[in-house]
Write a protein that binds this ligand. Structure first.
Ligand code: NAD
Length: 351
C-alpha cells in the first residue's frame, strides 16, 4: 500500500510518515510545501528508505498534485497539510483560508480526477483521510461534558473555522461525489519535533533557559493532551479500518489546565536540570488572554476505541517526561529554529 501524506514534514505528519514506513512497512509519498513549520530533521531518518519519496509542492497546485498521484500510483491520501497555529491565525488569517480551505478543495478535486482513472478494484479500496482537530467543536464548560462525533460544529478562531470548513468540504465530497473519505478530529498533541512556538516545547525551552513561562489569562483553560505517536497509530487505524463517510474523535483522556501543564514542566525540569537557587514555578507569569480563547476541550474517544481497537499508550506524565528528555537531547534540532525563526514574541498556547 502506498500512502500520500500531505504535510508530512510537519510535527504530526512526520510522526505519521515514520509510523507508516518504519512500523507498518507501507510506502509513503510526502507532499509538503515546507513552510516555516516544516523541519528536515523530522524526516531525515526516512530519506534513504526505498519506500519513501518527497515532493515539494503546495497542495493548492491541483494539477501537479494529481500528476504525483498518477506517477506514484497512490492507494490512499492522508491529508495533514495545514496552517496550524491559532495565534498566527489571529495575526494573519489569510494563509489559513488559502491552505486549509482552498488547499483542501484542490486536493479533493485532484483525488476525484485521479480516482476516475483507476480500475474499479483499486477505486473501491482507495481512501481520502482528512485529519482535523477537536477545535471545530468550539468550547466546553469547565464543569463537564465531552466532544462526541455528534457534537455540532461551533469554531471560535480563524484556525478552527478554516478547519471546520475543510471538514464540511470533505464530507460534502463524500455525499455528493461518492469520494471514499474518513475524517478524524483529535485533541492537542505533544511530543518530539513540535515547533518551538507551541505551548509544551515553548515552556520546556524557556524553562531550560531560565526565561519567563507566560500563561494566558489565569491558566484555567483545559486541553486534552495526546502524545503524537498515539495519534499517528490512531490515524493509521482510521485509514485502514475506518468506515467511509464516518468521523472518529481521538483523544487521550488527559485533561489538564494550561497552568497545571506549565507547573508540571517546571517541576520535571527542576528534577532534570536544577537551577542554582530558584524553582522554575517562580518563572510563571500571567499575561493578557488570547481573544476568543476556548475554555475547555475534551474528547470522547469511545467510538475510535470500540471500532478501531485503538487506545492511547501514553499517560500524560510518562509522555511529558519522554518529551522533555527528547528536547534536552535534541538541542541541535530546536536551537536554530528558536533563534532564527522564533523571536520570542509568541506565547504558544496552541489549541
Ligand atoms: P504543523 O504546522 O507542524 O505542520 C503542517 C505541515 O503542513 C508543515 O510541514 C507545512 O510545511 C505543511 N504545509 C502547510 N501549508 C501547506 C501547503 N499549502 N501545501 C503543502 N504543505 C503545506 O502542523 P501539525 O501540528 O503537524 O498538524 C497537522 C495536522 O493535524 C493539521 O491539519 C492540524 O489541523 C491537525 N491537528 C493538529 C493538532 C495539534 O495539536 N498540533 C491536533 C489535532 C489536529
Amino acid at each position: 500500500m502506498k500512502v500520500m501524506v500531505t504535510g508530512g514534514s510537519g510535527f504530526i505528519g512526520s510522526a505519521v510518515c515514520r509510523h507508516l514506513l518504519l512500523d507498518l512497512g507501507l510506502d509513503v509519498v510526502n507532499i509538503d510545501k515546507l513552510t516555516y513549520a516544516a523541519t528536515e530533521g523530522a524526516t531525515a531518518m526516512l530519506e534513504r528508505h526505498p519506500g519513501y519519496s518527497f515532493h515539494k509542492l503546495d497542495i493548492r497546485e491541483r494539477g501537479a498534485i494529481q500528476r504525483v498521484m498518477e506517477k506514484e500510483g497512490v492507494d490512499a491520501i492522508m491529508h495533514l497539510a495545514a496552517e496550524s497555529h491559532v495565534d498566527r491565525s489571529i495575526d494573519g488569517p489569510g494563509a489559513f483560508i488559502e491552505t486549509n480551505i482552498l488547499g483542501t478543495y484542490a486536493l479533493l478535486q485532484a483525488a476525484r480526477s485521479y480516482l476516475d482513472g483507476l480500475p474499479e478494484e483499486r477505486r473501491l479500496l482507495f481512501r481520502f483521510h482528512h485529519v482535523s482537530t477537536d477545535e471545530v467543536f468550539g468550547e466546553l464548560p469547565l464543569s463537564g461534558g465531552l466532544f462526541t462525533e455528534a457534537t455540532p460544529y461551533a469554531p471560535s478562531s480563524p484556525y478552527s473555522a478554516s478547519k471546520a470548513s475543510s471538514d464540511h468540504l470533505v464530507m460534502a465530497w463524500h455525499h455528493t461525489f461518492g469520494l471514499p473519505v474518513v475524517l478524524s478530529n483529535c485533541s492537542n498533541n505533544y511530543g518530539p519535533f513540535q515547533f518551538p512556538e507551541k505551548l509544551i516545547p515553548l515552556m520546556i525551552l524557556n524553562g531550560l533557559e531560565g526565561k519567563p513561562l507566560p500563561v494566558y489569562g489565569t491558566g484555567e483553560n483545559v486541553r486534552d493532551w495526546l502524545h503524537v505517536e498515539d495519534h499517528a497509530r490512531a490515524l493509521a487505524l482510521v485509514l485502514t479500518r475506518g468506515r467511509t463517510g464516518q468521523s472518529y474523535n481521538i483523544g487521550g483522556r488527559n485533561e489538564r489546565s494550561n497552568l497545571a501543564v506549565v507547573q508540571t514542566i517546571a517541576d520535571l525540569l527542576d528534577e532534570a536540570r536544577p537551577l542554582p537557587s530558584a524553582s522554575r514555578r517562580e518563572l510563571i507569569t500571567f499575561v493578557g488572554d488570547r481573544p476568543g480563547h476556548d475554555l475547555r476541550y475534551a474528547i470522547d474517544a469511545r467510538k475510535a476505541e470500540a471500532e478501531l481497537g485503538w487506545k492511547a499508550h501514553y499517560g500524560f506524565d510518562t509522555g511529558l517526561r519522554k518529551t522533555i528528555s527528547w528536547y534536552l537531547d535534541n538541542e541541535a534540532w530546536w536551537r536554530p529554529l528558536r533563534e532564527a525563526r522564533y523571536a520570542g514574541q509568541r506565547l504558544g498556547a496552541n489549541g
